[in-house]
Design a protein around this ligand. Structure first.
Ligand SMILES: Cc1cc2nc3c(=O)[nH]c(=O)nc-3n(C[C@H](O)[C@H](O)[C@H](O)COP(=O)(O)OP(=O)(O)OC[C@H]3O[C@@H](n4cnc5c(N)ncnc54)[C@H](O)[C@@H]3O)c2cc1C
Length: 551
């Protein structure tokens, strides 16, 4: 084997796809499920990072805006332009602080006023102007803003709306990148629930976390893509590094029809008096609210605390004081740790989100080089993967053959452009499978053009009909079997938390969990006691990590 990638979050998956595309034999392992680390805890935004302009991170913002635009084109089934509205309560605040921050003379963030926001948005637009993938920003007067968003705080002076992009299902993008790479040939292999735990000479030691079995592999080089765990992984490979400092962030998902209607298809992006960023954005028919920033050393055990929940609710009421919001509307919560480049700032919000690829040469008892991916955002995974792949290819003495710049992701391939093309695509599936139109549309909304594969699998697998699950009218046994067989589902939580949005959108119940354990268990050959253990584990994970208490 040429390359071992440790970590199957978005960055590891990105490198995996790029190396597979170049024909390199590569193995990707993750100690848990793919995209179960930080990549499952994002704000669901593909964005340039407007506020990073203040830190002087112009190159990062330019790169991220460009990657955002590529994502809209390459993964249109999951990534879509998102109107983002900033309610503004001050005219001039932050004007002096921003240049001071830029010059490194100030470490504290304050609320930004209209003038500073205008300057930032002009700059932001200038990065995206050439492609026209998204619209330019515009300001709206107080009266127009209140007419457009009636629940908005009447103290608002005006609003500014600019465009970023939303990612409906970041975890599914990660899975699809992995599936795309596997489709490129047998030279690319993956194993979830396999951890790298040691190294000696030319060997890396791996452990199957489900069976306890041990293996050794002899890669020519290792890519350490383990996000907030990179220093721990380097340590296990006999390298002492201090490359990242963790910053914990949480989100809640609420079911609130009044507020969901009030925000329409807009994300609201604003700040607390101390400059901390808050976002309220649509997530299907629910609302996602985040995020916090707290230094954190332990990425294994993070969850949204009651203090964070109180903070989020206070922030919603700051902008929408007439909204009726309560804790019992929370259907899901999640937390993750940002792997930020080690920085000196006392405020994690001020640490750069930039990334780099660091080479650790062979030595200290290890015969292979390690490329460590440091920092980075979900949005920039492709460009970070490109950098890591280019360096890897040089080490292997090979040349890049293909670019990933315009490479579609999963169900974004051959995506129909416009309503007529979409109708033709759906009609074809209906003709081939005999499925009802609404069911085919449901699959298309969930999987993009991969809906054709899912539908033909279901049609071939099930002899007559494929009835809905007893506990969820939107899913069938055939669809769950497809996901289990084709998307590396090994545990029940993989399906519930990462291959579908069932838990995140609050569509889960004990009955559904038991039913899903039956379907997944039939496919994976689980015994009755394994099924029961899986159900218990899912209930425990939902309660401990996601604040979901089911009975
Ligand atoms: C609250 C929050 C909000 C965010 N919002 C956004 C956003 O809206 N947009 C954006 O662009 N970015 C956002 N980010 C940043 C983004 O999520 C991260 O930069 C990105 O997901 C990091 O991905 P990764 O692949 O490097 O790390 P991870 O996703 O953490 O992947 C690392 C993987 O390594 C595995 N691993 C660890 N140790 C081992 C081992 N010994 N052996 C095998 N595998 C191992 C882990 O299981 C994990 O799956 C946000 C981050 C947070 C925390």
């Amino acid at each position: 084997m040429s390359v071992l990638i440790i970590g199957g979050g978005i960055n590891g998956a990105g490198v995996f796809r790029d190396l597979a595309l170049q024909g390199v034999d590569v193995l990707l392992v993750d100690k848990s499920d793919f995209s179960s680390g930080t990549s499952s805890a994002t704000s669901h935004m593909a964005h340039g990072g407007l506020r990073y302009l203040e830190n002087g991170d112009f190159n990062l913002v330019r790169e991220a805006v460009s990657e955002r635009n590529l994502l809209i084109e390459n993964a249109p089934h999951y990534v879509n332009p998102l109107p983002t509205t900033i309610p503004i309560f001050k005219w001039y605040s932050g004007l002096l602080n921003a240049p001071l921050k830029f010059l490194g003379l100030l470490d504290k963030t304050v609320e930004r006023g209209a003038m500073l926001i205008k300057i930032g948005l002009l700059l932001y637009d200038s990065f995206t102007r050439s492609t026209g993938t998204v619209l330019r920003h515009r300001f709206m007067s107080r009266s127009d803003s209140l007419a457009r968003f009636p629940l908005l705080n009447p103290d608002v002076l005006c609003t500014a709306t600019y465009y970023d992009a939303s990612i409906l299902a970041p975890e599914r993008v990660c899975t699809e990148l992995i599936c795309d790479a596997l489709d490129m040939g047998g030279h690319a292999q993956v194993a979830n629930y396999v951890s790298a735990f040691g190294a000696f000479g030319e060997e890396v030691r791996l452990r199957d976390e489900l069976t306890g079995e041990m293996y050794t592999v002899k890669p020519k080089l290792v890519v350490n893509a383990s996000g907030p765990w990179i220093d721990k992984v380097n340590q296990s490979l006999k390298r002492d590094t201090a490359l990242v400092s963790g910053s914990k962030g949480s989100h809640i998902v609420i079911d609130n029809y009044q507020l969901r209607t009030a925000i329409s298809n807009h994300e609201f992006f604003f700040e607390n008096d101390d400059g901390r960023i808050v976002l309220i954005c649509p997530l299907a028919d629910k609302i996602l609210i985040g995020t916090s920033e707290l230094f954190c050393d332990d990425p294994n055990h993070v969850c949204c605390t009651p203090e964070e929940v109180d903070y989020f609710i206070t922030m919603i009421l700051k902008v929408f004081p007439k909204a009726v919001v309560s804790k019992d509307q929370i259907v899901f919560s999640f937390s993750g740790v940002r792997p930020l480049m080690f920085g000196k700032s006392s405020d994690p919000g001020n640490i750069s989100r930039d990334h780099r690829v660091l080479l650790l040469s062979p030595g200290q008892g290890i015969d292979f080089p390690i490329y460590t991916l440091v920092g980075g955002k979900w949005t920039t995974f492709r460009s970070l993967a490109e950098k890591a792949t280019d360096q890897t290819l040089i080490t292997l003495g090979r040349k890049r053959q293909y670019s990933t710049r315009n490479l579609s992701i999963g169900g974004g391939k051959d995506y129909p452009q416009g309503m007529d093309a979409e109708k033709r695509f759906l009609d074809n599936i209906i003709l081939e499978t005999g499925f009802e139109a609404h069911r085919v549309k449901e699959l298309f909304d969930r999987y993009g053009t991969r809906a054709a594969n899912v539908a033909s699998f279901i049609a071939g697998e099930t002899e007559e009909t494929d009835p809905c699950l007893d506990n969820h009218a939107g899913y069938t046994r055939g669809e769950i079997t497809f996901l289990t067989r084709h998307e590396y589902v090994l545990r029940l939580e993989d399906l519930i938390l990462r291959r579908t949005l069932l838990a995140m959108l609050g569509e889960i119940s004990v009955g559904l969990i038991v039913e899903l354990a039956q379907v997944v268990g039939d496919e994976l050959g689980w015994s009755e006691s394994t099924r029961k253990d899986e159900v218990d584990d899912v209930l425990s994970v939902l309660s401990r990590k996601h604040g979901v208490k089911l009975c």
